[in-house]
Design a protein around this ligand. Structure first.
Ligand code: SF4
Ligand code: SF4
Length: 64
């Protein structure tokens, strides 16, 4: 999974749906992925309203 913290609004949607307790809220409100716990199920990406959370390889091209 890939998390763009600049797009994360800290809504907690991913946190609510993660079946592996792999997500953690940081003091600034953004999320972090525990890559050891993460099962790559992709549920969090589906739940994310801003596109901050994406499956690896599905990232949109970001202009440089
Ligand atoms: S891919 Fe699945 S296990 Fe990993 S952080 Fe997202 S919801 Fe949790
Ligand atoms: S669902 Fe998306 S915007 Fe909301 S906390 Fe998770 S990563 Fe951030």
């Amino acid at each position: 999974m890939y998390l763009d913290v600049t797009q994360c609004i800290g809504c907690g949607g991913c946190l609510m749906v993660c079946p592996a307790e792999a997500l953690r809220r940081m003091p600034d409100g953004t999320m972090r992925i525990n890559t050891v716990r993460c099962r790559q199920c992709g549920v969090c990406a589906d739940a994310c309203p801003t596109g901050a959370m994406t499956r690896d390889g599905e990232r949109k091209e970001v202009p440089k």
